[in-house]
Design a protein around this ligand. Structure first.
Ligand code: UD1
Length: 452
């Protein structure tokens, strides 16, 4: 990235306030505001079936991508989570008309968007705001976005995003924490990513779809959410080929049309409930999923002795009392997902023997360990490896979620432990799981929100 120059003050934000309308997706946020903690009674078993919501990590790319077209956009199966609420606020502040006629549906008309500097106070609150770089650069050839926020999982550089934008012909500067990107003309380029990055792959796609000529992204990430975003882009007239492989080719097009799209199911939400069923010796049918996306988890659950049955669009999990230890190594897709590492760690505390988890994707994604130890877990961390001595009872305790998936792991730990767990930091969970209390209620366990 270009070195920060501190001689000029950042320009005032060019924001047009249109506001967002609609009862369905946009209003439910009130129901979760103000609650401070979750109270989880221990020794509960998951039982029942649940339909999985749309994928957060696809939705948070698709909404910024909707700014690329001046024609109407309709997106279905969006999860009702605070990351989406914040993105809606951001794109509405930029001048897009957004409404939500049906539950899980958003209609976006970005024809009147003329700002390329989204409001800093909102952008700071979520990681996925980095997708505004690619989409606004693609639409206007210019964007000014503060460095993104999101879960603290250790250093989360955006050098590969910047490398891609620069290769496409943009000039990038960092001024007072604001990334300023400008291109007289975006031209297709051959880009080899040094690290496999979901964010960089999608962001470069967004910037390249309207560039002149052909862009090739090599060593691209292959996550299903990248494929879903590419399908959305292609449905609006882009020419993206190869998403889901490590070489993505994009032929730039001049103009884009209208689009209707349904977001794929959230494999991480599904995986969380699958692990919860396995960890609590419960039984759950996870419906409306793409089982292939969950292969790495299904294989691991079977390996430790959980019964997993796979149908065309559902997965049945039956937890067993006896659980074998295992080694888990996180990797980019189709490897074991880093987002399911905290929940699977809780599962392995139940195994009879020593398990090992190696976190290969994020440097500091073991922040849940100290809190799990408060609940009686026997875990040692050395560098990127955690050693879990299984078979020790967990006890309910006051614990604090430090990030989204760590938070989900504490709910599972609370359900299987003895006594009551009081979980704070639940704003992290609400960022990525739709109405977590109701969802667990559907699976016959009771968790309560509390104001104290
Ligand atoms: C996305 C997901 C997150 C998931 C992660 C890995 C979203 C909104 N978030 O995060 O839930 O845990 O993928 O599957 O989709 N890196 C660099 N330079 C860069 C970009 C990344 O060094 O420019 C490194 C990161 O520090 C990390 C690794 O690459 O070590 C993977 O990061 P990346 O795939 O980019 O994750 P995110 O897009 O941030």
């Amino acid at each position: 990235m270009a070195k920060g120059s501190f001689h000029a003050a950042a320009k005032p934000l060019q924001v047009v306030q249109n506001g967002a309308e609609g009862e369905n997706l946009l209003k439910a946020r009130d129901s979760i505001h103000g609650t401070k903690c979750l109270i989880i009674e221990g020794e509960q078993r998951i039982r029942g079936d649940i339909r999985i919501n749309g994928a957060k990590n696809a939705a948070v790319a698709i909404l910024p991508a909707s700014l690329l077209t001046e024609r109407s956009v309709k997106v279905d199966n969006l999860p009702n989570i605070t990351d989406i609420h914040k993105l809606v606020d951001i794109i509405a502040a930029l001048g897009a008309k957004v409404n939500s006629p049906l539950k899980g549906q958003l209609c976006v008309d970005a024809s009147a968007v003329n700002g390329f500097a989204p409001p800093a106070n909102l952008v700071n609150q979520l990681r996925a705001s980095y997708y505004l770089m690619g989409s606004l650069l693609g639409r206007f050839g210019q964007v000014e976005v503060p460095m993104p926020g999101g879960c603290d999982l250790g250093p989360r550089p955006i050098d590969q995003h910047i490398k891609g934008f620069t290769a496409l012909g943009a000039k990038v500067e960092l001024e007072h924490g604001v990334v300023k990107i400008k291109a007289r003309k975006l031209r297709g380029a051959h880009i080899y990513l040094d690290v496999v990055s979901v964010g960089a792959t999608i962001n470069i796609m967004l910037a390249a779809v309207k560039a002149e000529g052909k862009t090739i992204i090599e060593n691209a990430a292959k996550e299903p959410e990248i494929v879903d975003t590419a399908n959305f882009l292609n449905a609006m007239g882009c020419q993206v080929v190869g998403a889901g492989t490590d070489v993505i080719k994009i032929n730039g097009v001049k103009s884009l049309g209208e689009v209707e799209h349904k977001v794929i199911p959230d494999r991480i939400e599904a995986g969380t409930f699958m692990i919860a069923a396995a960890a609590t010796c419960g039984e759950a049918q996870i419906c409306d999923v793409i089982p292939k996306h969950l292969d790495p988890l299904s294989a691991k659950l079977k390996e430790v002795g959980t019964e997993v049955e796979v149908g065309p669009d559902w997965i049945q999990v039956r937890g067993k009392t006896k659980l074998l230890p295992s080694d888990v190594k996180t990797f980019p897709y189709p490897g074991f997902p880093t987002d399911l590492q905290p929940p699977v760690m809780v599962l392995l505390t139940r195994a009879q023997g020593t398990s090992m988890i190696t976190e290969n994707v994020f440097e500091r994604r073991f922040r849940h360990v100290d809190e799990l130890k408060k609940m009686g877990a026997q875990i040692k961390v050395e560098g990127r490896t955690a050693v879990i001595e299984g078979g020790h009872k967990l006890f309910g305790a006051p614990v604090k979620a430090m990030d989204l998936r760590g938070g989900a792991a504490f709910i599972i730990a609370g359900l299987k432990s003895e006594g009551k767990t009081i979980l704070t930091g639940i704003e992290h969970i609400d960022r990525g799981y739709e109405d977590i209390v109701e969802r667990f209620k559907k699976l016959s366990v009771s968790i309560e929100r509390s104001l104290v």
